[in-house]
Write a protein that binds this ligand. Structure first.
Ligand code: 2NL
Length: 340
């Protein structure tokens, strides 16, 4: 038998014996037989000095590996046979215990709310469109009647990239692209990320999510806007929710309004969340300014339409009672796990 075969045989024997070893005396016998001074393994190890360089390496490495493996295995078994029967019972695997399942991710609250908004508008016959987050000044400002010298450009004036390009400050850029490429009638919403140069605090972020909507045809009137938005608010916040509109200004709509819902916390009586006045502002909207239709090349006076925009973070904060917008972006699993 070659030395290598001898070592393999020793390993086989040792493994068989150690696997059925049940008490300390048996273990001691095994230790002496396989690691003792007169063991076969020790004999092989002693003979190594007389071998050729090649054999020295191969046999030496293997024999030493076995020596370490045997010692390790004996040590483990020693701990077990030395233990009391109570300790042994405690170590036994309880196959009736429930398993450890894989950890499931959750849908981010912003995605959840955005999906819900999308669903409601789909049910009203709207389609969904997306477009670039990096835009030109034309699509983000000029076409929306926000020229360079317009005062309301300050609120949106955003992050510029290489001269002409910038990060969009609203998703209206997508509507402009749609109108350039298709004639009415259409009703479409545009969800997506937008960027504004706001200082970050509990209610502001330099990046947030918006859903804008647009409906254009030859005979769209303000009551159509009111109907669609009050229907949306009831689906989103509950059947008993009231809506109201207050006059406002946007350069891209005329007339324009801000839309409030009756407070979803106190039902309109006045509480901390609605600052005591019973109403929560959640949308901006209006009739599309004819200058926007002109910018996309539509014939004058042929079409009318309404448009609206809402901040997804704000709605999610109201629905879930979240008081700091920064929580959405920190990826703290303790926060995210609450939305299962
Ligand atoms: C808000 C208010 C609004 C629009 C967005 C729009 C788009 C086109 C034409 C006219 Cl292409 N209007 N969008 C209109 C009114 C309000 O957003 O508070 N957003 C967070």
């Amino acid at each position: 038998m070659t030395r290598k075969d001898t070592l393999k045989k020793i390993k086989r024997e040792f493994t068989e014996k150690i696997n059925i070893c049940r008490d300390a005396r048996e273990l001691e016998d095994i230790k002496v037989k396989y690691l003792g001074r007169k063991s076969e393994l020790t004999t092989v190890l002693r003979s190594i000095s007389g071998l050729s360089a090649l054999e020295k390496k191969e046999i030496g490495q293997y024999a030493n590996l076995l020596k370490n493996q045997f010692a390790e295995k004996i040590k483990n078994v020693q701990e077990n046979v030395g233990a009391s029967s109570a300790q042994r019972a405690a170590r036994k695997i309880d196959v009736t215990m429930p398993g450890i399942g894989p950890r499931r991710g959750t849908i981010h609250p912003i995605t959840r709310v955005m999906n819900r908004i999308n669903e409601i508008f789909i049910s009203l016959g709207f389609s969904i469109a997306e477009g670039p987050e990096i835009e030109t000044e034309f699509y983000n400002f000029e076409a929306l009647n926000i020229p360079l010298d317009h005062p309301s450009r300050d609120a949106f004036d955003t992050f510029y990239i290489e001269g002409e390009h910038l990060l969009r400050s609203h998703t209206s850029n997508v509507q402009i692209r749609i109108m350039q490429n298709a004639l009415p009638p259409f009703q479409v919403i545009m969800p997506g990320r937008v960027y504004r140069p706001d200082a970050v605090d509990a209610t502001h972020s330099f990046m947030f999510h918006q859903v804008e909507g647009l409906m254009v045809d030859t005979d769209i009137k303000f009551p159509d806007l009111k109907g669609v938005l009050s229907c949306f608010c009831r689906s989103m916040f509950g059947e008993n929710i009231k809506t109201r509109m207050r006059p406002h200004f946007f350069p891209f709509t005329e007339p324009s309004a801000e839309v409030d819902i009756s407070c979803i916390i106190c039902g309109g009586n006045g509480c901390r969340v609605c600052s005591g006045n019973g109403w929560l502002e959640i949308l901006g909207a209006g009739m599309v300014n004819p200058k926007v239709f002109q910018a996309v090349g539509y014939p004058s006076k042929k079409y009318t339409g309404f448009a609206f925009g809402m901040g997804v973070e704000r709605i999610a904060m109201l629905l879930y009672g979240i008081e700091d917008i920064r929580l959405f972006y920190e990826n703290d699993v303790r926060f995210l796990n609450q939305f299962v």
